[in-house]
Design a protein. Structure first.
Lengths: 310, 361, 501
């Protein structure tokens, strides 16, 4: 066992990469939940994005087209959820589960011929001078597009929710759909847009996994990342900055356990592999013990069905 | 423009019609999906839904229905109790795995002892294993208010890693030439969950599935606990007013579904599967969610839905070998079925009207 | 009135099974306070929703200041100068006052300018309010101010107010009236919806009365007596419940030093509540919504557990007991929210009878439920309380508000309680059903039971209570004989000043 093989600089740099898929999915889901909708289909949208991004990138040879198609794929799947929950008034928990099951099945079905292929390499930023700066260079300036895209999205969502009228309307819809409806806001339209945004983000997150992090396509490769993204939204008590914190924390755990595995620590691999899930549970428990505080931020209409009667 | 209007009373007719229509629309939707994959849609649908029951080789497939249906029904019955009360155990797959590990562990620890008590003890351990695994989200929810959906799901991945660890380590067959996986319980008479009548495929798990259906029916229709479960699902505040203790209900619902999932896992490992191995679990715990909804959370409905879902599994296997249909196609088809059901479900509580000049829906 | 602001003619709106508005026509003058009077279900809400663009009429026309007025949505109505203060406020608890107000405006100014605007308007009209506070922390009266300021910032030509005084203390009502008169003086028209006749007679110069969706009359309410108006509204003569003179028996229920921390983020805490309840007594507990009514009922019904000694029935401590144990001892309750608390909306009346009568009516034998008996009991309640429904198999949600409330009250009364606690027993119930419900409560008391009526309707409490106490910010005043109290004293009690002071 050789722990000194684990370099802190590389650790931080790789945790940013490891956290990005979850960060993307979580920031999307945060917007969805802020609008009062609970979409448990993140895992399904992520895997759909992972597949459609991978396939598009392989077919066109362009990772950027891949990312675009991943976002479209995730959003397309989320439209099913949007129609069912917003127009057919179905139970959001059940519909979200269905979305996950369907997404896993569909992607596995379509993806069979893509197993074992290598995708085109996503370009890293690698600015000539500054990425060579020790420590800061590898951490800040030598990542691929998704890392920066995720950070930009988090900042954008934070600004949107806090400072724009659109963000205020979105929060209002999530707080009380009846009051928002009475004021003449289009509850269903706002929610559908939010759901599609969430789907697009989850799709991007999936592609960050299949095109950058892994990078290849395997059936069920998200392995619970979508669910962890859901947990991070709770952990963050619906605040964008804390989603970032949560995702990087989680990325850190994931990378550390991989490094420990590689360093040959005497803990069996299976136990190291289950640690991210166990830590997620522990974090959820810690968060729920001071519920009174986080409840203030939880959208009051979360998961409730909206039907404008008379 | 179409408009939804809430019915004063839920429609019973649509309660029965919705699942049937959902199956029909899924056949159409699935046909379209298969056509897009370049397969003959009629051939594919016939292979999946008709051939297992009525083809030349149906004598072989029909008993398979029970083998695949029993665990689905057993798990779905447990889940349906919680789903009715708004308690979402979606980690049945994990409880299924732990039940199998505990059941098999009980047998393997006394191997090669020969006793009539071994099998009953295995049943007990299977149920306790699933129950205990489900108690983790239950206790965290009652003590700290932690979301049971996320916790129960995370525990599926933990259980899968435990399963891998068991089949590579503690439970590995010492005479297995280094291959992963435990001893085969089918070759250990005291522990084998054998057919009760040769050729029928009816093993102890099938019997337990049937008992669970009847038990759940009596519970929901005649017993106070069932009434409280339904009441909590309909209106948590009214339930509290009626004197329901929500925490007890969480413990009961999660415990019950965990025990049944554990039983299902134990019957599977001691019977059709035979051994603890890395790929022991095949997703029954997740498919059971679809079964529970398709059966409208009604025990007899679940029985029918479980058999139907078993049919698609078997039909899917046939289609895989005869038509080259990807195995995951069945999973997508099952997901699609749940979508159609959820969409059509609305019609039990709403009427669709042509709106004259109403302002927005 | 010099000029007509809003001209309504032949407005008709039908829903399946009901004609909500049938050929309604009247005019609202500029700078006029116009009352819209009618019982629950008379069609007031539908009419107002048409003016505000939430519902489109089937027939009829509206002219606003002479121009054709067909608002397709509230936004269009607001742009045309129509603003509305809702009965159930359209506010967002987790957002600040300023954010709430911004949401109600088409083109809100920048945050700073908006804050100044809010402060200006609130000072001009005597409505003090801090723009940065969370709405969830405000009292009902303050929340209404948010709604009113939201409207006033748009400089509306017509302000619609739906039952604005139902959540206010008498003193707050006086303040509101001052504000409304100022607005009128500035030339704003006000459409004032209410069923409180005295209010309308002091405030309004014109009143339109609706009954069963049709206009009955437009008149000057100051020239009519309250009784005349009431009879136009109801279309018949009214009976009021009669309290039979009873002497109070011994103490049945003793509540001492009952305290409770807030149960939710914006909940109210109960602070050291003490009172005694006698056989044959009707204790009226008044107070504005959100002052601890729901919490007090939950403590008494057993939904929330407290210290054992805080609540005693005939000397037996029961503060720690769950609801069904208390029911067995004779303490029954009917919460305010009919659908979703007192009754499960999608369940049948039989199942809803089982909901609370399981213990006292022997509907359960060692855990197994006796459905035929439950159905028989549901039928009994339906018959005895004249509940209009096809039968016990109907879902609770299919009943009208009044009928469901009669079922809920009947379900408890017919279990022969020793103590019955009801919260807002006639809220949103038509006058005939309300009278029946009050009579049933009085009859129950005259048979020797003790009744607690928690209500925001002072008229109701004055009609049926033996003793009166007021709930303010989680504190309960001393109970005093209703007959000794004047309206002013009651108002002070509701505002939190103990009458003894």
């Amino acid at each position: 066992m050789d722990l000194s093989a684990i370099s802190p600089t590389l650790l931080v740099a790789s945790l940013m990469v490891a956290a990005t898929p979850i960060l993307l999915a979580a920031i999307g889901e945060l917007v969805v939940e802020k609008s009062g909708v609970l979409n448990l289909g993140v895992e399904g949208m992520m895997i759909t994005g992972a597949f459609s991004g991978f396939a598009a990138a392989v077919l066109t040879g362009s990772p950027m087209v891949g990312f675009l198609c991943a976002a479209i794929g995730g959003a397309a799947l989320s439209v099913i959820f949007a129609i069912l929950t917003q127009y057919f008034l179905s139970n959001q928990v059940a519909t979200g589960l269905a979305l996950t099951l369907f997404g896993l099945g569909l992607s596995a079905m379509l993806g069979q011929s893509y197993v074992g292929i290598k995708p085109p390499v996503s370009a890293k930023l690698d600015l000539p001078l500054i990425s060579d700066i020790p420590v800061i260079g590898p951490i800040l300036f030598s990542h691929d597009f998704t890392v920066y895209a995720a950070l930009t999205l988090v900042t954008g969502v934070w600004f949107f929710l806090k400072y724009t009228r659109g963000g205020l309307i979105l929060r209002a819809v999530g707080e009380s759909h009846d009051a928002a409806h009475a004021l003449g806001y289009k509850v269903v339209r706002v929610r559908i847009l939010a759901i599609m945004f969430g789907g697009g983000c989850a799709g991007l997150g999936g592609a960050a996994l299949s095109l950058v992090r892994v990078p290849q396509w395997t059936e069920g490769m998200t392995a619970g990342a979508g669910w962890i993204a859901l947990a991070i939204v709770v952990f963050a008590s619906w605040k964008p900055a804390r989603v970032l914190l949560g995702a990087y924390l989680f990325g850190g755990v994931a990378v550390l356990q991989l490094n420990l595995q590689a360093a040959g620590v005497s803990i069996p691999v299976e136990y190291l592999s289950m640690s991210p899930y166990l830590i997620t549970i522990i974090v959820l428990v810690v968060m729920s013990t001071n519920r009174a505080k986080s409840a203030l931020n939880a959208p009051a209409a979360l998961g409730r069905v909206f039907h404008a009667s008379r | 423009m179409l408009r939804l209007e809430k019915r004063p009373n839920p429609s019973q007719a649509w309660g029965y019609l919705a699942p049937i229509l959902a199956v029909i629309t899924t056949m159409i939707g699935g046909g379209v999906m298969f056509a897009l994959l370049g397969k003959d849609p009629f051939e594919a649908i016939r292979t999946i839904f008709y051939d297992p029951l009525f083809s030349e080789f149906a004598w072989y497939y029909r008993p398979q229905l029970l083998i695949k249906g029993a665990p689905l029904i057993l798990i779905a019955i447990g889940l349906s109790m919680g789903f009715r009360a708004g308690i979402w155990n979606i980690g049945a797959e994990g409880q299924y795995i732990i039940g199998a590990i505990c059941g098999a562990g009980a047998a393997l620890s006394v191997y090669p002892l020969d006793s009539v008590f071994i099998f009953p003890v295995m049943i007990l351990f299977g149920a306790i294993g699933g129950f205990a695994w489900a108690m983790i989200p239950a206790i965290l929810k009652t003590k700290f208010g932690t979301n049971e959906i996320l916790v129960s799901l995370m525990l599926v991945y933990v259980a899968e890693q435990l399963l891998a660890s068991m089949s590579l380590g503690l439970m590995k067959n010492p005479e297995g030439f280094g291959f992963p996986g435990s001893r085969n319980l089918q070759q250990y008479a005291s522990a084998h969950n054998a057919e009760l009548w040769t050729g029928t495929a009816i093993h102890m798990g099938v019997v337990f599935a049937l008992i669970s259906v009847i038990f759940a029916y009596i519970m929901l229709a005649r017993h106070q606990m069932g009434f409280h479960i339904r009441l909590t699902g309909e209106s948590p505040k009214a339930a509290k007013f009626a004197g329901v203790n929500p925490n007890k209900l969480v413990i009961y619902c999660l415990g019950f579904s965990g025990a049944l999932a554990g039983l299902a896992g134990m019957f599977e490992v001691a019977g059709p599967s035979g051994q603890i191995s890395i790929d022991f679990n095949v997703g029954y715990g997740f498919t059971a969610i679809i079964v529970a909804f398709l059966g409208r959370l009604n025990p007899f409905g679940i029985m029918l839905a479980g058999l139907l879902m078993a049919l698609t599994y078997i039909g899917g296997e046939i289609a895989q070998s005869s038509l080259g249909l990807p195995s995951a196609a069945i999973q997508a088809l099952q997901g699609m079925l749940l979508f159609f059901l959820l969409a059509l479900d609305m019609l039990t509580n709403f009427k669709i009207k042509l709106a004259k000049a109403e302002v927005r829906i | 009135m010099s000029k007509t602001l809003l001209h309504l003619s032949g407005l008709t709106k039908a829903y399946p099974g009901v004609i909500a508005n049938d050929d309604v026509s009247f005019d609202i003058g500029a700078g006029e306070i116009h009352a819209l009077l009618g019982e629950n279900g008379a069609g007031k809400s539908t009419l107002v929703k048409m003016i505000y663009g939430l519902v489109r009429p089937d027939h009829g026309t509206m002219l606003l200041a002479g121009d054709n007025f067909t608002p397709a949505e509230p936004r269009a109505a607001r742009a045309a100068g129509v603003a509305m203060v809702f009965q159930h406020f359209s506010l967002f608890e987790a957002l600040s006052v300023a954010e709430n107000i911004a949401l109600g405006m088409e083109n809100p100014p920048k945050a700073n300018a908006l804050s100044t605007g809010i402060t200006d308007v609130s000072q001009a009209y005597g409505l003090p309010l801090d723009p940065e506070r969370l709405v969830g922390d405000l009292s009902a009266g303050e929340r209404q101010r948010v709604e009113i300021i939201r409207c006033l910032l748009q400089k509306p030509k017509l302000l619609i107010m739906d039952e604005p005084t139902s959540v206010l203390t008498p003193q707050e009502v006086t303040t509101l009236f001052t504000t409304l008169r100022k607005l009128k003086a500035d030339g704003t028209s006000i459409l004032y919806i209410s069923h409180k006749l005295e209010e309308i007679r002091t405030l309004c110069e014109t009143a339109t009365i609706l009954r069963g969706g049709k206009k009955v009359a437009t008149c000057d309410p100051r020239e009519k007596s309250a009784r005349e108006l009431a009879e136009m509204m109801v279309g018949g003569t009214l009976n009021s419940a009669k309290l039979q003179k009873t002497t109070l028996g011994e103490v049945v229920l003793k509540v001492s030093d009952l305290s409770l921390p807030p149960q939710t983020a914006f909940g109210t805490s109960l602070k050291s509540i003490s009172f005694q309840l006698h056989k044959g007594e009707v204790l009226g507990i008044g107070g504005v919504a959100g002052n601890g009514q729901d919490e007090l009922l939950a403590c008494l019904s057993g939904e929330v557990r407290t210290a054992a000694d805080a609540i005693q029935l005939n000397g037996v401590s029961l503060g720690h007991m769950p609801p069904n144990t208390r029911r067995a001892l004779g303490v029954l309750a009917a919460p305010e929210e009919r659908l979703g608390h007192a009754a499960a909306p999608d369940m049948t009346l039989t199942e809803n009878a089982m909901l609370t009568a399981m213990t006292r009516k022997n509907l359960s034998h060692s855990g197994f439920l006796d459905w035929p008996r439950a159905e028989a009991y549901a039928k009994l309640v339906i018959d005895q309380f004249d509940v209009r429904t096809p039968g016990p198999h109907s879902a609770a949600r299919s009943l009208s508000g009044g009928n469901l409330q009669k079922f809920v009250i009947g379900r408890e009364v017919l279990q022969d309680p020793e103590v019955l606690i009801v919260n807002q027993p006639t809220w949103g119930v038509d006058a005939a059903a309300a009278a029946d419900i009050r009579q049933a409560l009085l009859d129950l008391a005259s048979r020797g039971a003790a009744v607690i009526v928690i209500s925001q309707d002072l008229d109701e409490l004055m009609e049926i209570s033996t003793n009166f106490a007021a709930l303010n910010a989680g504190r309960l005043s001393d109970a005093r004989p209703m007959a000794e109290l004047s309206l002013d004293e009651i108002g002070l009690l509701l505002g939190g000043a103990d009458a003894a002071a």
